[in-house]
Design a protein around this ligand. Structure first.
Ligand SMILES: NC(=O)c1ccc[n+]([C@@H]2O[C@H](COP(=O)([O-])OP(=O)(O)OC[C@H]3O[C@@H](n4cnc5c(N)ncnc54)[C@H](OP(=O)(O)O)[C@@H]3O)[C@@H](O)[C@H]2O)c1
Length: 313
C-alpha cells in the first residue's frame, strides 16, 4: 500500500469497481469533498480521484487506511455481492461484510469521522409486503447473514447503514462482466441465451447513478448533520424479474427470448420472493425522491446505448 501525506479533509470510498461505483461516478457533484478510492484495482470511472491500492481481505487493512488517511467519512461498499459466491466462501463474505466494518468503525471513532455501510435488501426474508427502515432483518442465506452482521456492527459503533435494492445500469467501463440487473438480461438475450426468469420474485430496482445525490449528502456531515441509523434508497415501483427482462429488452429494441419461471421450481440457495423497501426516512431526512422505475429503466438503456456509440452519459 503506497500512501502520501493527506493534510486536506477527504472521504474514503471502497468497492467502487462495480455497478454502484460506476453509477456514483456518473452522478457525483463536481463540488463534493475530495475523494480517495481504495481497492485492488483503480476503477476507470474514478480516474480523476486519488487511488490507494488495498486488499481488504488482509486483517488490519481498513484500520491502517483510516489511520493514515484520516478521512472525515468512509463509505464501505466493497463486497462479495453474489449469493452463490458467499455460500461457497462464507469466511470471505464475513470478512468483507462484517470484519472490515468492525476494524473501520473502531478506527474512525478515534478521529470522529462518519462511517456508512452499504447494505442490501437481501438482509430480509422476502415474506413481508414491504420493509420499513425499522424492520428487523431476517436473512436466509450467507450473503444476507454476513451483511446483516455488518449492519449490526456499524450501528453499534454509531455508523450509518444504507440498504440498496437490485441495481440497474450499463456495463462498468473496463469490466464488461459487471453490469446492472437489466443489462445482464439484455446481454444474455443478445448472446442468444434463453434464461428462466421468476415471475414471482419482486424487487424495487434503482439506477446506480440516482444514488449519487443522497449518498453524497451523507458523506458530507455538514450537509446532513443529523443523519444516523438505517436508510433505504429504492425505486417507487416494484417489478418482477420476468417483466424486468421484458422491459429491458424492449428498451434495447431486441427480441425478448427469456421464459417464465416460478420460485417453487428453484433448487439453488434460497431467494427472498418479495423485497420492497420503503424509503420514508431517506425522503424525510435526505430529501430522497424515489425515482419512477420506467424512467430509471429508460435512463439505464440510454446509458448502455451511449456506451455502444462511445459516449458517456
Ligand atoms: N449490485 C447490486 O444489485 C446490489 C444490490 C444491493 C446492494 N449492493 C451492494 O452495493 C455494493 C456494491 O455492489 P456492486 O454490485 O457495485 O459491486 P461488485 O460489482 O460486486 O464489486 C464489488 C466491489 O468490491 C470490491 N472488492 C471485492 N473484494 C475486495 C477486496 N478483497 N479488497 C478490496 N476491494 C474488494 C471490488 O473490487 P475489485 O474491482 O477489486 O473486484 C468491487 O469494487 C456492495 O456492498 C453490495 O452488497 C449491490
Amino acid at each position: 500500500m503506497e500512501l502520501s501525506a493527506q493534510p486536506e479533509p477527504c472521504v474514503l470510498l471502497t468497492g467502487m469497481g462495480g455497478v454502484l461505483g460506476a453509477g456514483l461516478a456518473r452522478g457525483r457533484r463536481a463540488d463534493g469533498p475530495r475523494v480517495i478510492v481504495a481497492g485492488r484495482f483503480r476503477p476507470l470511472a474514478w480516474q480523476d480521484a486519488q487511488f490507494v491500492e488495498v486488499d481488504l481481505r488482509v486483517p488490519g487493512s481498513m484500520r491502517r487506511l483510516i489511520e493514515q488517511l484520516q478521512p472525515q467519512a468512509v463509505l464501505h461498499a466493497a463486497a462479495v455481492a453474489h449469493i452463490d459466491r458467499c455460500e461457497q466462501d462464507p469466511e470471505l463474505a464475513y470478512r468483507l461484510h462484517a470484519g472490515v466494518i468492525e476494524e473501520g468503525v473502531a478506527a474512525l471513532a478515534v478521529i470522529g469521522g462518519r462511517w456508512i455501510t452499504i447494505s442490501t435488501d437481501q438482509v430480509f426474508d422476502g415474506q413481508a409486503d414491504r420493509y420499513a427502515e425499522q424492520a428487523q432483518p431476517n436473512p436466509i442465506h450467507t450473503y444476507g447473514r454476513s451483511k446483516a452482521e455488518g449492519e449490526e456492527v456499524s450501528l453499534a459503533g454509531g455508523g450509518i447503514v444504507m440498504r440498496l435494492p437490485l441495481l440497474l445500469g450499463p456495463a462498468v467501463l473496463g469490466r464488461p462482466d459487471r453490469m446492472g440487473a437489466d443489462q445482464i438480461l439484455v446481454t444474455a438475450a443478445r448472446r442468444g441465451d434463453v434464461w428462466e426468469l421468476f415471475e414471482d420474485e419482486w424487487r424495487v430496482p434503482v439506477n446506480a447513478s440516482d444514488l449519487a445525490a443522497p449518498l453524497g449528502a451523507l458523506l458530507d456531515p455538514v450537509r446532513s448533520p443529523q443523519a444516523e441509523g438505517v436508510y433505504h434508497l429504492a425505486s417507487a415501483d416494484a417489478i418482477d424479474r420476468y417483466t424486468l427482462g421484458e422491459r429491458a429488452c424492449l428498451l434495447a429494441d431486441i427480441p425478448f427470448p427469456h421464459q417464465r419461471a416460478r420460485l417453487a421450481d428453484w433448487s439453488g440457495p434460497p431467494r427472498p420472493p418479495r423485497l420492497v423497501l420503503s424509503c420514508e426516512r431517506a425522503r424525510r431526512e435526505l430529501g430522497y425522491l424515489a425515482p419512477d422505475l420506467r424512467q430509471s429503466l429508460a435512463q439505464s438503456a440510454a446509458a448502455a446505448l451511449a456506451q455502444v456509440y462511445g459516449q458517456e452519459i
